[in-house]
Design a binder for this molecule. Structure first.
Ligand code: GDP
Ligand code: CA
Length: 328
């Protein structure tokens, strides 16, 4: 079974970890892995240059989460992390003002930057980093070209998405999101094939605007999703009218979509009506959405969707696959 996941950082990584646990359990390969093939297409819209190093927040969250190195409570970054380098930089009055890079995390950024400087495309850089982390899934950046999400503020100023998110906690009202570099970007090698050749495509509970929305904006991706023979199923990142963590509501507000499981489903749209989804899994807190969506042709169900631990998340993944008859 070939499964392709379009992922942001924490929500997508946690979901994929549960999905892989499910597959190892149901489709074991005898060596502790799974015979199923999972491809994760990662958002790179959050990537940025910071003091000379290339930072790829969502790709790194995926590597650390799937590779067993993530800071579990935080959801991103390395566990047992320290900040000696950033503290020492501050002594030179050159500290990072709002984005702290831990020492171990910094090693990832230095390694990536070195490989990029040698001329490797990001796809190959990710492959190299994955040899160390062994994520158990094929990890692809959405594009090898830089595409950076910037936020247009009400005064017309454009700032990098990470500055808006981390420094301002998404509290500055946003007029819109702009993907800088999108016109010149193409989907990374393997991305479109992973969609058209899949047995099932999953949109995990990732941010619909700045994670999945950015991947969908890469030329060819939306069309590949519309035309693939694989069913496409999504899991709602909105539970009971609020994001589970983070400030996705601020992103949804900026594009005029209500923060509700049903509104996010309608924003993605049904494939039979020009959208990208066939099925939508919502939380039991949102079971009111089920009759209305079902009446409009959605395959939908309400189940607990809080990814509290790996076995619970594996069950959510099974529920999502069951919606489109793809239970392994
Ligand atoms: P980011 O790039 O680190 O922001 O991560 P993603 O875009 O992959 O995921 C962020 C989204 O995940 C947020 O909108 C959260 O609401 C959602 N999310 C996080 N944890 C959970 C969970 O346990 N259950 C559900 N349903 N959604 C979650
Ligand atoms: Ca992200």
């Amino acid at each position: 079974m070939k499964i392709t996941v379009l992922s942001g950082g924490v929500g997508g990584a946690r979901f994929t970890r549960g999905l892989l646990a499910l597959l190892r359990d149901r489709l074991p390969d005898g060596a502790g892995g799974t015979s199923a093939q999972v491809t994760v297409v990662a958002n790179t819209g959050d990537d940025m240059w910071l003091h000379g190093v290339r930072v790829c927040p969502d790709l790194d969250t995926l590597l650390y989460t799937l590779g067993g190195g993530v800071h579990e409570q935080q959801g991103w970054g390395r566990r047992e992390e320290s900040r000696r380098v950033s503290d020492d930089l501050a002594a030179y009055d050159l500290g990072w003002e709002w984005f702290t890079l831990g020492d171990l995390d910094l090693a990832t950024h230095l390694a990536r930057t070195e490989l990029l400087r040698r001329g490797l495309p990001l796809t190959q850089v990710v492959q190299h980093l994955a040899e160390r982390w062994q994520p158990g899934a094929r990890l692809l950046p959405m594009s090898d070209q830089p595409v950076e999400t910037h936020v247009e503020l009400e005064d017309g100023r454009l700032i990098h998405f990470e500055e808006w998110w981390v420094r301002h906690r998404a509290a500055l009202p946003a007029r819109r999101f702009v993907q800088v570099g999108l016109e010149d970007a193409t989907a990374a090698p393997g991305v479109l094939d992973a969609l058209t050749g899949a047995d099932v495509v999953v949109l995990p509970p990732s941010n619909p605007v700045v994670s999945v929305g950015t991947i969908l904006a890469v030329p060819g991706v939306r069309d590949a999703l519309r035309s693939t023979r694989a069913p496409v199923v999504g899991v709602s990142p909105v539970v009971g009218g609020a994001p589970v963590r983070g400030m996705a509501d601020a992103c949804l507000a900026a594009i005029g979509v209500a923060t509700s499981a049903q509104a996010v489903a309608r924003h993605y749209g049904l494939r039979s009506a020009g959208g990208v989804l066939d099925a939508w899994l919502v939380d039991t807190a949102d079971q009111d959405a089920v009759p209305a969506l079902t009446a409009d042709g959605w395959r939908t169900a309400a189940v607990p969707t809080l990814m509290t631990d790996v076995p619970t998340t594996a069950r959510i993944a099974a529920d999502a696959l069951a919606l489109v008859d793809r239970v392994p």
